[in-house]
Each structure stands twice: as C-alpha cells, then as structure tokens.
Write a protein of this length. Structure first.
Length: 87
C-alpha cells in the first residue's frame, strides 16, 4: 500500500525503474514466503501421514494382544473347569 500511495501521490518523483525494482522485490519476497509455506505444509502432511500409519500399526498390535489375552483367559477357564470336573 505504501508503494501505491507513493505512486498515486506524485508519480514524477518515483522513477519507473525504481517502481519496477520494488515491485519485483515484493513479488520475490511473496513468492519465497509462499514456497516456504508450501514446504511447511508438505512437512506437516508427511508427519501426519507417518503418525497415522504408526497409530494404525499400534492399534493392530493392541487388538492382537487383546485377542491373545482373551484366548489365554478362555484357556485358563477351560483348564480350571477340567480340573474341577476331575475332582
């Protein structure tokens, strides 16, 4: 906005080359910010994907452990029943 005000207030005081250079500089700065932001977004997306995959693996492991525990408890109950029937 500052540049716009300078251009509209007194265009003769600002050389065309200076205006072009300032606009190019601002454009380059904004482009650099955009690329950095896109890079950060891509990094975050990668991190989220990794965490989701890890969470999925941990959930599968937890489910497998839970299933083994339930099987162990069922086997233990059956074993106690067998022993009590023998007595």
């Amino acid at each position: 906005q500052e540049l716009f005000q300078r251009l509209t207030s007194d265009p003769s005081s600002v050389g065309e080359d200076v205006v072009i250079a300032e606009l190019q500089d601002r454009l380059n700065t904004e482009e650099k910010k955009r690329r950095e932001t896109e890079s950060l977004v891509a990094d975050r997306d990668g991190q989220l994907r990794h965490l989701r995959e890890r969470l999925g693996s941990e959930e599968k492991e937890r489910a497998a452990r839970e299933q083994r525990l339930q099987q162990y408890e069922a086997d233990l109950r059956d074993s106690k029943l067998d022993k009590s029937e023998v007595l």
